[in-house]
Structures are given as C-alpha cells and as structure tokens.
Design a protein around this ligand. Structure first.
Ligand code: HEM
Length: 118
C-alpha cells in the first residue's frame, strides 16, 4: 500500500508541475491553458485520494495536518474555479487571462503551503 500512496504522490507532483509549469509558460507570453487546467483538476483529485489513503490505511502511518490540508483544498478549489471561468471567458472572446494568471499564482501558493507549513 505504501507503493500505491507513493505513486499517487508522484501523480500529485506531476499535476503540480503541469499547473505551475503551464502558468510560467503563460507568464513568458506563450502557450495554451489546457495543460494548466488538467494540472489543477489532477491536484484536486490526487490530493483527495492521498487524504483518503492516509486516513483509511493505518499501515501507512501518515498523520496529516488537517488545517493545512483544509487550506490547500480551498486554494485548489479556487484555482480550478478561476481557471474554468477564465478559460470560458477566453473562449467567448472576452478577456479571461487575469483569472488564469491568478489561478497559476494560487497553484504556486499551494506549493509554498505544502512545503513550508510543517
Ligand atoms: C494546486 C493544488 C496543490 C498543489 C500545488 C499541491 C502541492 C503539493 C506538494 C508539492 C506536495 C509534496 C509536499 C511534501 O512532500 O512535503 C503535496 C503533498 C500532499 N498534498 Fe498537495 N497540493 C495541492 C492540492 C492538494 C489538495 C486539494 C489536497 C487534499 C485535499 C492535497 C493533499 C496533499 C497530501 C495529503 C499530501 C501528502 C502529505 C503532505 O505532505 O502533507 N493537496 N502537495
């Protein structure tokens, strides 16, 4: 089971790379937002799977900081929402780029929360 948990952590980090990496490409003035959107969605799903495994499988011996996870969940939901709204606006010919950029910043914020909040 430890291996499954570690695999989901790998997926979680790949989602993070897609969200934050896609955002950096965007800030550099190139690229589409599709990779960012899938990265943000992956973060929500893999994050929830990690919590389920950590809480449900006692042999993993994981003790999560629930306040930290709650903050990450809210930030990740906000990132997905901003991305979906921003992308929809862009598709309709309106300017959604500010919302998309804000979503990327929230992704980077969640990296800081994950790594610095012990
Ligand atoms: C944009 C969204 C997110 C980003 C960028 C992100 C980033 C990260 C990173 C970098 C780690 C590795 C930290 C370490 O090993 O020290 C991590 C671990 C983890 N994340 Fe996320 N995360 C996001 C969303 C979520 C969400 C929504 C949840 C759950 C609701 C979640 C739950 C977890 C758990 C359980 C771990 C492993 C245990 C821990 O280190 O706290 N993450 N995340």
């Amino acid at each position: 089971m430890q291996f499954v948990y570690d695999l989901v952590v790998v997926a979680h980090l790949l989602g993070m790379a897609a969200l934050v990496g896609g955002w950096l490409v965007l800030l550099a003035g190139a690229g589409s937002t599709t990779v960012m959107a899938w990265g943000a969605r992956a973060q929500l799903v893999t994050g929830l799977v990690l919590v389920g495994l950590a809480e449900g499988v006692s042999s993993l011996d994981e003790h999560l900081n629930h306040t930290k996870i709650g903050v990450k969940l809210l930030v990740a939901i906000a990132a997905v929402a901003l991305l979906e709204i921003g992308r929809a606006r862009t598709k309709r010919g309106q300017d959604g780029s500010g919302l998309v950029r804000a979503a990327g910043a929230l992704g980077a914020l969640n990296v800081a929360v994950a790594a610095l909040w012990n």
